[in-house]
Ligand binder design. Sequence first.
Ligand code: A2P
Length: 349
Amino acid sequence: MRVAVVGATGAVGRTILHLLQERSFPLDEVLPFASPRSEGKRLGFRGEEVVVLGIHDRWFEGIDLALTSAGSAVARRIVPPAAAGGTVCVDNSSAFRMDPDVPLVIPEINPGALENHQGIVANGNCTAITALMPLGPLHQRFGLRFLVTSSYQSVSGSGMKGVRELAEQVDKLHEEVETLTSPDREALPVGEVFGRTIAFNVVPHVEQFDPEGSGFTTEEIKMGNEFRKVLVIPDLVCAATAVRVPVVTGHGVSIYARFEHPVTPEEARAVLAESPGIRVIDDPVRNLYPTPLDSAGIDDVLVGRIRRPAGDDHALLLFAAGDNLRKGAALNAVQIAELLVARDLVGNR
Ligand code: A2P
């Protein structure tokens, strides 16, 4: 089994390489790819060095499985020819998620969707996955009908460049934090990734505003689309607000969900406690609840603050936190790859 990791020098790609080792993925050779800038760089893998390769026209030849995480524009160019050439591609970008011929898979929730893949499998959006981990089992049991989400998204969701931008701004501002009670707005640092000051601030703008003028961002629209596709609820009403926060890794999502059937917080906790990939941390009396930092570096999505709004016994509020580089991206992709291998769905389409 020859496995390519495309975008191997990036935030998600590095985590994929790490997880392939940590989870003893059954591979004979790993081939890291990145942009021409990184060609020849060396990365550690299983105690040895592997050399980063550049993408060329026939990059996929001899590769059984590719885990691609180099953004949508690159994916649109390099993934379809690879899939047509027989390399099964698990793509982390949004390029193919809504394609009806491409399964969008969260292994704990809709593993069956993998069966009819045609060479491309899409990995979900990092915030959508964090929310779907608890919503999947709750939907199974109570029938999801209506959803409002507010997400608190860390800067590594924008890649290593996002992490660097936050670090630079914190560095610049930390000597003068007291001036931020009445800041000189003209002097605040603004970088290319977030377009506004992200240090000591929150920015209700992730990706671009909808060119159709709905007022939502493309990130917010993606979320509803992915919830509907993964849960197979074509008419699910969903309204999302996505906010960038000065957290390095770990996305938080506040969820308000309405169900067909009545539900109590105790029932919801019991369902979630039995669901794989979820850890319920929900003991307000002891100040126990999930935070994004608690989720960084671990596999489980943390869920807590489970409660019911007064006067509506079909609704629940909850807060989920998940590592956007692990379950939100690299881990989910590696789990998809593990399923493809276990079900013999690589190399014999
Ligand atoms: P590079 O490091 O050489 O720029 P992140 O999301 O953390 O910014 O990472 C994006 C990843 O995608 C990096 O590994 C980056 O490589 C890679 N990448 C960017 N453009 C290309 C390209 N044209 N072909 C292959 N990989 C690319």
